[in-house]
Every structure is written in structure tokens, then in C-alpha cells.
Write a new protein. Sequence first.
Length: 134
Amino acid sequence: MVWKSPWMASGSGTYMQSLLGSCGIDNVLAGIKTKWIRIALTTEPLPRNCVNLSKPTYSLPHVPDVLLLPTEPFPFNENHRDDFGHLLSRERVHVVDGEMLCWWLSRTAEALAYFYHLYEKLRPQRCALRTMVR
């Protein structure tokens, strides 16, 4: 997630996508070939009359294992974790350092360590979730 009102997320071809992918973190929206994706917080298909072709809105292809809320560019904080309660438990929504995710070049080395550590911390949670779904 990168913005609220409208909800927007990082897609393919962005620094965020590349950084997280380098750390083993997959983006459920990677299949949408646009950089900044306007999304509806649902996995249900959107009615055709709700889709504005000049600014398309996409539903989630599936519920992610975890959701990351960076403190930049939108200043997400702990209170925003509750906005996703209909999709994920609060424990699966994480506020992360936006400078690590958005400031390329000057923070890249530190960001790789930061998000790899996060990936390692979340990996048992992801494995348990996938096991329960199967």
C-alpha cells in the first residue's frame, strides 16, 4: 500500500517492487502491468460500471499473506492497521519504515537488510498461513 483515498499500491516496474522482490517478498499485484495501482479492498470482481477506464481500479487477485504499510509517501501509522480488518487480522498488517522502502540509492543497502530481516521474521507466519489454506 502506498496511499489512502484512493487506495493505491506499488505495482511492477517500481523501486519498491524490485527492493521487496530482492528480499524474497512477493507482491500479489505484480501481474498488473502498471507502476501505481488504484485498488479496491476486496477480492470480488468489480462491476463494469464502477471501473473508470482513464483511472482503472483493480480488486485484489487474492488476500495477501501480509500487508505492508509504509510511513511514506502516505503517513501510515498503527491506527491504519484496522482499515484492513475485513481482509486480514491486525497481526498480518505491518507498518514499515517508509524511508527504507521509498528512498532509493541513499538507503538501498540499509533497506535490503531491513526488508530481508522482515522477510525472515514473517516467513514462519507465511508458511503457517499457506499450510492452513491447503
